[in-house]
Write a protein that binds this ligand. Structure first.
Ligand SMILES: CC(C)[C@H](C(=O)O)[C@@H](O)C(=O)O
Ligand code: SF4
Length: 478
């Protein structure tokens, strides 16, 4: 049978269709399910009420991350410290109870492997190319960096996957996002992600699965690819894919949950067949030139509000779209910014290096490089580094990065979502600003009244040193 050339997405989709309905909806098999404490309690309660087991507990992995404080989790005697917030404590307790009751693998809050679910999945080799992977969490798109068709789902879908290992879905359109060229000094994966979100807009990818291609993506490390794919959802796309290549294989080989021996060889042969065929058609292709990407950051309250660090706060009247003009006015009011202010003239009181976007070892190495021999500025009241997992933390400590951070005046914390969102004690005080390596700058995201500027790890470090948003290139004398 002659088959037409297919995209990576079409191949993975076709390999997972259990049943196709007349209206085009498909029942899709789900290979991997990550579970965290926030979106799972009601799903498990639903199963319990219906007397249903989890269909494939062996394909499900649970880990707490959002509500955990990032300060010490045990006292001097090794006893667990209580969680102060009652809502958070009850969600964490529910996961801790549900995982063993339903026979699911559970990474405990104090285990070395604990971390943000999107850091843990790839790190453990739970995330594999060509799989369908879901989690009750929008940044599940991150796992697409390894060539998994990965997307966030809601709590009722979490229950459906737990019960059946399937989901009813409609096939998406495809968008190729090709980034070509070479990134300049001080420009990294986060800047690429911000450039893409800025270009597509917060809803530009809605209804599409993105596939990232081009020399910039090919040359990027797996950690960097995870940063880019992570932010697909900020452009409205539930999934963003990158074809598995030699780097993907090298990254996965030997990971605790990755296949071994003959299974590995078989898997590799399949993974190598997944790349988009020559001549396959995307519904849309967007090309971005690396030369146009500078160290970037956000000025407003949507991740699409992207500007170069050499730029200024835009004038709302400069937007052609009336809705955007109104939104920009509201954003600037919330952010306490005047049009025309140079981005480099904006002071920051808080620095956050962490989140599932930028808390991997390379992120910490890059930030530490900027901080080595430097100190945080007097006006910076809070500077946190929160490794994405216990294993990242351990690796960083083995490399002495923790000392670089603490000597610079940063706090070195336990892994978790931390200041990415206000679901745990790490918050930005109302009216204060934060240079944050996270992915969302929504109103109140880092705490009520908090003002977020999304930046890369090196830009967060540079801001820490000067106490204002800063071009890392000039700080480093480039
Ligand atoms: C709490 C969770 C459901 C949420 C998400 O879906 O993404 C969070 O992780 C976020 O980043 O906003
Ligand atoms: S680190 Fe932030 S974006 Fe990532 S899962 Fe946690 S809350 Fe969501």
């Amino acid at each position: 049978m002659a088959s037409r050339p297919l995209t990576l997405y079409e191949k993975i989709w076709a390999d997972h269709v259990v049943e196709r309905r007349d209206d085009g909806t498909c029942l899709i098999y789900i290979d991997r399910h990550l579970v965290h404490e926030v979106t799972s309690p009601q799903a498990f309660a639903g199963l319990r009420a219906a007397g249903r087991p989890v269909r494939r507990p062996d394909l499900t992995l649970a880990v707490p991350d959002h509500n955990l404080p990032t300060t010490a989790r045990v006292d001097a005697d090794g006893n667990r410290l209580p969680i102060a917030d009652p809502a958070g404590a009850s969600q964490l307790a529910a996961l801790e109870r549900n995982a063993p009751e339903f026979g699911i693998r559970y990474i405990d809050a104090v285990a070395a492997e604990q971390g943000i679910v999107h850091v843990v999945g790839p790190e453990q080799g739970f995330t594999l190319p060509g799989t369908t992977l879901v989690c009750g969490d929008s940044h599940t798109s991150a796992h697409g960096a390894l060539g998994a068709l990965a997307f966030g789902i809601g709590t009722s879908e979490v229950e459906h996957v737990l019960a059946t290992q399937t989901l009813l879905l409609k096939q998406s359109k495809t968008m190729e996002v090709r980034v070509e060229g070479t990134l300049g000094f001080g420009v990294g994966p986060k800047d690429v992600a911000l450039a893409i979100v800025g270009r597509l807009g917060a809803a530009g990818g809605t209804g599409y699965v993105l596939e990232y291609t081009g020399s910039v993506i090919r040359d990027m490390s797996i950690e960097g690819r995870l940063t880019v794919a992570n932010m697909s959802i900020e452009a409205g796309a539930r999934s963003g894919l990158i074809a598995p290549d030699d780097k993907t294989l090298a990254y996965l080989q030997g990971r605790p949950m990755a296949p071994t021996g003959a299974d590995w060889d078989k898997a590799v042969a399949y993974w190598r067949s997944l790349a988009t065929d020559p001549g396959a058609r995307y519904d849309v292709t967007v090309v971005i030139d690396a030369a146009d990407i500078s160290p970037s950051l956000t000025w407003g309250t949507s991740p699409e509000d992207v500007v170069s660090i050499t730029g200024a706060v835009p004038d709302p009247d400069s937007f052609a779209d009336p809705a955007k003009r109104t939104a920009a006015r509201k954003s600037l009011d919330y952010m306490g910014l005047e049009p025309g202010t140079r981005m480099e003239d904006i002071p920051v009181e808080n620095i956050f290096i962490g989140s599932c976007t930028n808390s991997r070892i390379e992120d910490l190495r890059a930030a530490a490089e900027v901080l080595r021999g430097r100190r945080i500025a007097a006006g910076v009241r809070q500077a946190l580094v929160v490794p994405g997992s216990g294993l990242v933390k351990r690796q960083a400590e083995a490399e002495g990065l923790d000392r670089v951070f603490t000597e610079a005046g940063f706090e070195w914390r336990e892994p978790g979502c931390s200041m990415c969102l206000g679901m745990n004690p790490d918050r930005v005080p109302a009216g204060e600003r934060c240079a944050s390596t996270s992915n969302r700058n929504f109103v109140g995201r880092q705490g009520p009244g908090a003002r977020t500027h999304l930046v890369s790890p090196v830009m967060a470090a540079a801001a820490a040193v000067t106490g204002r948003l800063t071009d890392v290139r000039s700080l480093m004398g480039k």
